[in-house]
Design a protein around this ligand. Structure first.
Ligand code: HDE
Length: 748
């Protein structure tokens, strides 16, 4: 047919189709009801679900229903295919003119494969690039229902979560155990939409106003001229910044404490940092701060362990999290809230709740537990989940709202904005890991990487063409209704409230609330970090800040740097100490801890087997260590002296101290007068490190000779005896304290 005829035909068909339509009537058509001026208030029939409403189970990418059961897996079918589903018979040889080439341009498979590979990397996060993720579930205990109407807090409500832990400063491939703040971001896939609690393991932040965020991060990141140092604050620009912007001193103090070196992601507290506003069923409001409390307690590495791990096992934290989950030692945190009356001044006991450099001591406002999070699953694919997950402080649900903390407000802008570059467009919430489990019916359309095929023609409101869909919800249907918070009339100014000027009282409170051993670690950390600075002026200015915090702290660091200790330059109000800030003392469950058992053929192997069983029953991971892999007299070896270092172990047991291998280095005396000639030097290294890192050491049978040779008999936290069971019982009791704290040469 001629084109003209075809056009006519199509127009006729369209007209006859329109004429046959009875439901819904065409407004204004002859014989129809008079047109309504109102938007319909109810759908005439349930509108068909749009592809991006089918969360979390997608339809086929074209929007057509898929014959396969819903799957999140990208791979389908048994055969290797091209990206367009054409089966392939070879992927190892490019198409060439003869076996020696040249390669022909017509080889689509080659071009597609290389093109895709060339673009596998996306920009890493500008901060928090290095992270580890896990899936889990949050179960509320109902305690928060009196202050928040969020469904996620309903008694026994179970909400799936995805968590991403991270360091802040390092690049995506940097080491896990550097001294840094840790990110603690949780995405709750609640029935009312996603709620993201994007927190850190430190309850205060470096700056009070988000406008300084680029500055503090530029100061902490590697120097632009040499791009070193990686993933650490031990350099001039960082200390230059925090000694000039002294609001950063409190956060820096936490970084210099053991909190900057978590033993494991499983053993970190998490904090929402900002003050949030909870809204109850009647619209009443309460201010709150969120806390995650790890069931395993808060524990840290020693500085030497952290440094060793950065070389020996840069994936230390990622591995630890993965292995714990894989082995069933599921990490658990309780979520708690500190609550405060929502008064117009937004202060509590004189503490400005909108100042993110201040915390509220738990002694003043106890943390009330409102639910429990258990991490039960590792990611299937790190890129798809851990890398593509996009958190946002603005992802709030009805019953949880933000406050006017100027840091939070800047974050609300930043977390959307950053995804445009990182995830290449505005449709990042369609990426499977970001999809809400609640139905989505937004009016956003198109854009890069749009994977939904939206139905309907009227993505605006009010509309009649889509039957008024989508509809507005009221409070009863779970809508997020903004709380009409009063904002005091004021002039627009670039300024901070006067309460933000106190930079030192809580910094001092933290230092003085520490136990002597924790204080000693802080002194050593400042001494190291400032010792790595080149600029005398930077060191001196930071010493001045330390003098304002605590004269004794300043004097010790100054001595370490070989500089004079200045006198305080500002009056700092003294505040009550807060023992809750200390990580010590305490007793904690042993789940997922590692105990090394050194064996050799002459050792008590029956005792080793019994020890393994007892440890496994207690949720502890035993690692048999021997001079070589394979088996030792029927006992399976998990680590050799080549593959173990003390950092991996929470305690070590010696069931037989291997004599030196013929090619091993000659033994040397660990202590003057001790006889280590009969000891494998690698055993000496392991035990010496465990001793230095204040780990529990136990030995029985032949193993006790090793302790004697190293002069460890009678030392705190060292147990020896005749039978394995007795030694193990003592070791387990000591391990509950995490370390043998008495072994640190802390000041009295
Ligand atoms: Fe972030 N932060 N941040 N931050 N932040 C990002 O968002 C930002 C702040 C935190 O595992 C970025 O998606 C600004 C405080 C975590 O994916 C970016 C300000 C706290 C994560 C961003 C802050 C955090 C981020 C980079 C000051 C603790 C990792 C990639 C106004 C309460 C989340 C991204 C993950 C990530 C901006 C301050 C925690 C650039 C502008 C305070 C845990 O948007």
């Amino acid at each position: 047919k001629a084109v003209g005829e075809k056009v006519e035909e199509v127009a006729e068909t369209a007209a006859s189709k329109a004429a046959s339509l009875t439901e819904p009537p065409i407004p204004g058509a002859p014989g129809s009801e008079p047109p309504s001026l109102e938007e319909p208030t109810e759908p005439r029939e349930t509108p068909p679900p749009k592809p991006d409403q089918e969360q979390p189970t997608p339809l086929s990418p074209t929007g057509a229903p898929s014959a396969d059961p819903p799957t999140a897996s990208a791979q389908q079918g048994a055969y290797l295919t091209t990206a367009t589903g054409v089966r392939l018979h070879d992927t190892d040889h490019s198409l060439k003119v003869g076996a020696r080439g040249p390669t022909v341009l017509a080889d689509h498979h080659l071009r597609e494969k290389i093109m895709h590979f060339d673009h596998e990397r996306i920009p890493e996060r500008v901060v928090h690039a290095r992270g580890a993720g896990a899936h889990g579930v949050f179960v509320a205990n109902g305690a928060a229902t009196s202050v928040s109407r969020a469904a996620v807090f309903g008694k026994d409500v179970e909400t799936p979560v995805f968590v991403r832990f991270s360091t802040v400063l390092g690049s995506r491939g940097s080491a896990d155990t550097v001294r840094d703040t840790r990110g603690f971001a949780v995405k709750f896939y609640s029935s009312e939409g996603n709620w993201d609690l994007v927190g850190n393991n430190i309850p205060v932040f470096f700056i009070q106003d988000g406008i300084k965020f680029p500055d503090v991060i530029h100061a902490g990141k590697p120097h632009p001229d040499r791009e070193i140092p990686q993933a650490q604050s031990a350099h001039d620009t960082f200390w230059d910044f925090v000694s000039l912007h002294t609001e950063g001193q409190h956060h820096a103090m936490w970084n210099m404490s053991d909190r900057g070196l978590p033993r494991s992601y499983r053993m970190m507290e998490g904090f929402g940092v900002h003050t949030f506003r909870l809204v109850d069923a009647e619209g009443g409001t309460t201010l709150c701060k969120f806390h995650w409390k790890p069931r395993l307690g808060v524990h840290s590495l020693t500085w030497e362990e952290a440094q060793l791990a950065a070389g020996v096992d840069p994936d230390f934290h990622r591995r630890d999290l993965h292995d714990a989950i894989e082995s069933g030692a599921y990490p658990v945190w309780d979520l708690g809230i500190q609550t405060f009356a929502d008064t117009p001044d937004q202060t509590f006991e004189g503490i400005d709740l909108l100042d993110p450099t201040k915390l509220v001591p738990e002694e003043l406002a106890p943390v009330q537990l409102i639910g429990t999070m258990t991490l039960t699953g590792n990611p299937t694919n790190y890129f798809a989940e851990t890398e593509q997950v996009a958190f946002h402080t603005g992802h709030l649900v009805p019953g949880i709202d933000g406050t006017d903390d100027p840091l939070l407000m800047a974050r609300n802008f930043s977390y959307l904005d950053t995804q445009l570059t990182r995830l290449a467009g505005p449709n990042f919430n369609q990426i499977p890991i970001n999809r809400p489990h609640a139905p989505v019916n937004d009016m956003h359309r198109d854009g890069y990487h749009q994977s939904a095929v939206h139905g309907g023609v009227a993505p605006y409101k009010p509309n009649t063409l889509d039957g008024g869909c989508p509809f507005f919800a009221g409070m009863d249907e779970g809508a997020f209704v903004d709380v009409p918070v009063q904002v005091p009339a004021a002039s627009k100014v670039r300024a901070n409230p006067a309460s933000y000027d106190d930079h030192y009282s809580q910094t001092r409170q933290f230092y003085r609330s520490m136990t002597p051993v924790e204080q000693e670690h802080i002194v050593l950390a400042y001494t190291f970090e400032l010792g790595k600075c080149y600029e005398q002026a930077v060191k001196e200015r930071q010493l001045q800040c330390l003098a304002n915090i605590d004269a004794d702290l300043c004097a010790q660091v100054a001595t370490g740097l070989g500089l004079p200790a200045p006198a305080a330059s500002v009056e700092v109000p003294d505040v009550e100490l807060s023992p809750a800030l200390s990580q010590l003392p305490g007793e904690w469950p042993p789940d997922g801890r590692m105990v090394g058992i050194v064996v050799d053929p002459s050792g008590d192997l029956e005792g080793v087997e019994a020890t393994r069983r007892t440890l496994l029953a207690a949720g502890v991971v035993p690692l048999v260590i021997a001079p070589h892999g394979g088996q030792v007299e029927g006992t399976t070896v998990q680590r050799t002296f080549a593959t173990v270092r003390s950092i991996e172990l929470d305690a070590v047991l010696v069931a037989g101290a291997a004599p030196p291998a013929p090619d091993a280095l000659p033994a040397r005396d660990a202590k003057a007068g001790a006889d280590t000639a009969a000891l494998d030097p690698r055993v000496t290294l392991l035990l010496e490190e465990c001793y230095r890192h204040a780990k529990v050491i136990g030995a029985w049978g032949d193993g006790t000779a090793a302790l004697t040779a190293l002069g460890l008999d009678g030392v705190a936290g060292v147990v020896s005896g005749d039978d394995a069971a007795g030694v193990l019982a003592d070791v387990q009791a000591l391990m509950a304290h995490h370390r043998v704290w008495e072994r640190f040469p802390a000041r009295a």
